[in-house]
Design a protein around this ligand. Structure first.
Ligand code: GRF
Length: 208
């Protein structure tokens, strides 16, 4: 039986594209639907190009966030998703939604969490003057960019800091790390330690 992934986006969808290019249709993994918080998200065209079902869940179309998330959750359940991948989904999800898909939602964030959570993480890191930056893929819990870390990758920043160059490097890492996390989860190689719920065991053949 296929491992079914629902992807949520808000923008360009380059992380969605990376998932489509490197894991969709391989190793029993299928992206089955793509949801967006915005009608104008360019990623929707990528999804349609790949023949996937799409839907828009804009907060303004619902009475409140809980109502939006209930509709989103029903739609994901109709698609029988095993995993929800937030790929540049720029919305906070409500508690009931997080609990409904407990330990089945992953997010990619453009910093080495817990540093620089929230929006504009790359700008925050550059403004702070960090020497090392990176990307985190984590499970989503009820805090903002707070859940247990699955994968992280760092890189050293050059002294001359041109934001576009740094963004390019971050995206290159994101486009490997998020698909890799999906692949590892689908393979059953990722588990949260029941005695230490912040700790994620990843059996990727490299570390434990
Ligand atoms: C990524 O950098 C992601 O980490 C951040 O938003 C960006 C989304 O890019 N949260 P894309 O829509 O996947 O191209």
């Amino acid at each position: 039986m296929a491992f079914r992934v629902g992807v949520l986006i808000s923008g360009k969808g380059s992380n969605l594209q990376a998932i489509l290019d490197s894991v969709h249709g391989r190793d029993g993994i299928e992206v089955v639907c793509v949801g967006s918080s915005r009608t104008e998200a360019r990623g929707l065209q990528r999804a349609e190009g790949a023949g996937l079902g799409t839907a828009v869940f804009a907060k303004d179309d619902y009475s409140d966030r809980e109502a939006r998330d209930a509709a989103l959750g029903n739609w994901l359940d109709e698609h029988q998703v095993d995993l929800v991948a937030l790929a540049g989904f720029m919305e906070v999800l409500s508690g009931p939604f997080i609990r409904r898909f407990e330990a089945r939602i992953v997010n990619v964030h453009p910093s080495l969490l817990p540093a620089f959570a929230g929006i504009n993480a790359i700008e925050q890191a550059l403004d702070y003057g960090v020497r090392v930056a990176g990307v985190t893929v984590h499970f989503v819990d009820e805090g903002v960019d707070n859940g247990p870390v699955i994968l992280q990758e760092s890189f050293e920043l050059p002294y001359a800091r041109d934001i576009e160059t740094v963004e390019e490097r971050v995206h290159e890492i994101e486009h490997r790390l998020l698909p890799r996390a999906v692949q590892l989860i689908a393979a059953g190689a990722v588990s949260i330690d029941p005695n230490q719920p912040r700790l994620v065991r990843v059996d990727d053949g490299r570390s434990s």
